[in-house]
Design a protein around this ligand. Sequence first.
Ligand code: SF4
Length: 382
Amino acid sequence: MEKVVLSSRPYIRDFTKLELEKLIESNQFPRYRADQILDWVYQKNVRSFDAIKNLPKELIAFLKEKADLNRLELVSKHESFNHESIKFLTRTQDGLLCESVLIVQRGRPRSQVDFGDKLVLGAARAKGRNTVCVSTQLGCRIRCIFCASGKGKFGRNLTAGEIVEQISLIASEIKERVTNIVFMGMGEPLDNYENVIKALSILRAKWGYGLSGRRITVSTSGIPPKLRQFLKDTEGKVRLSVSLHSSNEETRSFLVPINKKYHLDELIKELDFIHQKLKREITFEYTLIGGINDTREEAEGTARLASRLGAKVNLIPYNPIQEMNLETPSKTKIEEFRKLLELKGVVVTVRQTAGRDINAACGQLRLDRTTGATEDVATSTS
Ligand code: SF4
């Protein structure tokens, strides 16, 4: 089959304001038109150049002929049984599949919410949060043992535009603004560093989505050489979440293979530095797996690290994936682990397994390019 490649046409969502101004000016249109385009793209969330109302028809014609506004096409969406998450499967221009998840936290009782499309519209009207979990890569090279995203062949990095377009597409589907973004979908954000930093600048810029860094969380498996640079490039204003999963070097190397290269020791030392400078608290993600990292020793070790860094801990009971025969701990075991952390003064949340029934829960997102299947596609914790 002929290989489809990404078009070389300019992709507006890949552009910073300055880059767009250059494109506009170099084609004999006034620079200020870039502001108008960006306003329609990010604040009004148009998904077609024709929907832009205040541009001259020559500029619209130029954009239509020479540039791309969208490069993701919706393939399917699946809503979880409890209506708390919707998984969106999209196809990239070069024919690969990308997954994103909407997590809806409504401001009214669940029993009052309808099914299907009505739910989304209803949820949109209710006061609450619409959090989008975006993917940053198609597949993942970190290959955590419990995560579907790391299984199979690595696809490629997503561009900055493709990362932010996931938000646009979902906002347009739910007809409501997205309030929070988590970089916890497929891929290790710091392994696609330049594109992730550019996507973050589009999300935070006044000319872009204008989101506060408080509303954005980047989750990483922990790549020490990139962490300091990340702190600098985001001015310490974006939330950082680190996938810990074990306080023991050997167990962590088994669960998160990159730990063999960058030892936990080294990661924690780097986080000590980050902790001093970051304007937000660090969060540890901890996937609890029965018989592997749910022991008292692990709870005590995790409490020690969390206390040292003033970190919150998110416990995520393991969400099953086809390839791994791992155990989800019992409710009693989860509670015991949580209490041990709390006894040591650590703030803990047990993350709901929202979306498990549609394979949209943490660790269940995957790249399935062989079939284009909509069933086995899944979020990670990094
Ligand atoms: S948990 Fe994150 S870093 Fe690990 S394989 Fe999954 S996507 Fe990659």
